[in-house]
Design a protein around this ligand. Structure first.
Ligand code: KIV
Ligand code: ZN
Length: 516
């Protein structure tokens, strides 16, 4: 399989390598939402998960496979028969199914991790690719820890994998150890010295341990790679993966230098970045290229003067090109449903993927409290949507706080439709709310993470609270968005508890005791 010499395929692994990183886990619905956004972005390949990892992962791959129609959807798989069979079953419903088989090739991994000889690794790789190929045409093969492997041995492994049927050969820098010149040369060498090396797509998969993932990916393109594996916002194991927005805009902005292009709809980059950030509750550093808050902000007087005279003096990309609309004050309380939906569309939000009517109701409530609604507010409103059935609903919150007294909160929830309240104190006002919610629900989760973010400026700004709670083995995240930060905190906690209940549904007749 080949792509045009000047085309670079984008392989997105946000849902697999990205989701593997701490704090970035997503439930099935969230993965489907992200997959829809990836398709709107125009990514060529979506790695939807590692089907054999757990029944939840299998279901996620299956759901994404059934949702996406334009991109190839694949599952990661070790070279084991059971893994491959699960991966194949999970992508069965995809319009364009595929599989990604990997095994490590560095002597370090062979000796210390696998306990296999070089020949045994080749045999396992060949067997796995041949087995997968009986069911699927699209088979990618990866040599894990390739950048620390003997390059002539790599040529041998890839030659055999190609003979067995692999159409994409992926060369991961698993530990983020490579540097650009070395990666560029490695690709050149592999392409020239692997049998069949000119008939397949060479792919780069770089980790960011030394902050070089994007640079290494661009160097790989110079060396002949025509697929880049990356994630939205660069999330992933340890320091993350190649950041999609950076590598894509590197390619597109410097077409004059690299002489290649991608199929990415660049206007969808910012919406995708915002959506992921809201879904996983991980905020983006202000200085992050392309999608950070300051990425297009000019502070220095000389710069501002230059940009006003001609934007290209200090701007190498137009913000609109990556979906950042310059006119960001948009709607107010008199705006109607149609204007609301149009603005969501202009922001690149897929109207089929969100419940516009519900989002509009939330917008109206917000518009009553806040004069101006910014684009960031709209992203937050949409991300607040949850398909999770609501066992608990916050219907009342009274708080009392003073400098010298113990903060107190009275919380009223609907629990399975019945109103229940509790009033009590805490170490702070948020703690008092959370203690009261615990008493009402009868749950005692551990709060592992609590993050508050003011979405837009001003004292009437929306506050977004993300919390991560754990009940036994089950860790879930909750979101709350409100102009009152205490309300947002309570809403996020209640959302997390609903998500917990959704994962471990209460069996009728065994309902947990709830408080007063
Ligand atoms: O980093 C890595 O080596 C991987 C492989 C499984 C492709 O993620
Ligand atoms: Zn990886």
């Amino acid at each position: 399989m080949k792509v045009a010499e000047d085309y670079v395929q984008i392989f997105d692994t946000t849902l697999r390598d990205g989701e593997q990183s701490p704090g970035c886990t997503m439930n099935v619905e969230e993965k489907v939402l992200i997959a829809q956004q990836l398709e709107a972005l125009g990514v060529d390949v979506i790695e939807a998960g590692f089907a054999a990892a757990s029944p939840g992962d299998f279901e996620s791959v299956q759901r994404v496979a059934g949702t996406v129609s334009n991109s190839v959807v694949l599952s990661l798989s070790r070279t084991r028969e059971a893994d491959i069979d699960k991966a194949i079953a999970a992508v069965e419903g995809a319009a364009k199914p595929g599989i990604h088989v990997f095994i490590a090739t560095s002597d370090l991994h062979l000796e210390q991790k696998l306990g296999m000889s070089r020949q045994e690794v080749i045999d396992a790789a060949v067997w796995a690719v041949e087995h997968a190929k009986k069911h699927l045409d699209y088979v990618e093969f990866s040599a894990e820890d390739a950048s620390r492997s003997d390059v002539d041995y790599l040529c041998q492994v890839f030659s055999e994998a190609i003979k067995a049927g692999a159409c994409v050969c992926n060369v991961p820098d698993t530990t983020g150890y490579g540097v650009p010149a070395q990666i560029r040369e490695m690709f050149r060498y592999l392409k020239e010295n692997t049998e069949g090396g000119h008939d397949v797509i060479w792919s780069a998969h770089n980790h960011n341990d030394l902050g070089l993932a994007v640079a290494n990916s661009l160097a790989a393109i110079e060396g002949g790679a025509r697929q880049i594996e990356c994630t939205i916002n660069g999330i992933g194991e340890r320091a993350g993966n190649t950041s999609m927005e950076e590598v894509v805009m590197g390619i597109e902005t410097r077409r004059d230098y690299f002489n290649v292009h991608t199929g990415i709809v660049t206007e969808q980059i910012y919406p995708a970045s915002q959506l992921l950030s809201k879904v996983i509750g991980v905020s983006i550093a202000p200085t992050k290229p392309i999608v950070g808050e300051n990425a297009f902000a000019h502070e220095a007087g000389i710069h501002q003067d230059g940009v006003l005279k001609n934007a290209t003096t200090y701007e190498i990309m137009k913000p609109e090109r990556v979906g950042r609309l310059s006119n960001s004050i948009v709607l107010g309380k008199h705006s109607g449903r149609h204007a609301f939906a149009e603005r969501l569309k202009a922001l690149g939000i897929d109207l089929e993927a969100v419940n516009v009517a519900d989002a509009f109701d939330r917008f109206k409530v917000l518009a009553d409290k806040k004069k101006e609604i910014f684009d960031e507010d709209l992203f937050a409103l949409v991300a607040e949507e949850s398909d999770v059935p609501k066992r608990y609903e916050l219907v009342g919150l009274d708080v009392d706080s003073s400098l010298d007294g113990t903060p107190r909160a009275k919380v009223t929830l609907l629990v399975d439709g019945q109103e229940r309240s509790h009033e009590g104190g805490g170490d702070g006002i948020v703690d008092a709310c959370y203690q009261a919610i615990k008493r009402v629900t009868g749950l005692d989760p551990k709060l592992e993470r609590y993050q508050v973010k003011g979405i837009t400026g001003g004292t009437d700004a929306i506050g977004e609270v993300t919390c991560f709670i754990r009940v036994g083995d089950v860790g879930v995240r909750g979101h709350g968005v409100h102009t009152d930060i205490i309300m947002a905190s309570a809403l996020s906690y209640v959302d997390a508890l609903n998500r917990f209940e959704y994962r471990t549904p209460v069996v009728s007749g065994e309902a947990r005791e709830v408080g007063p």
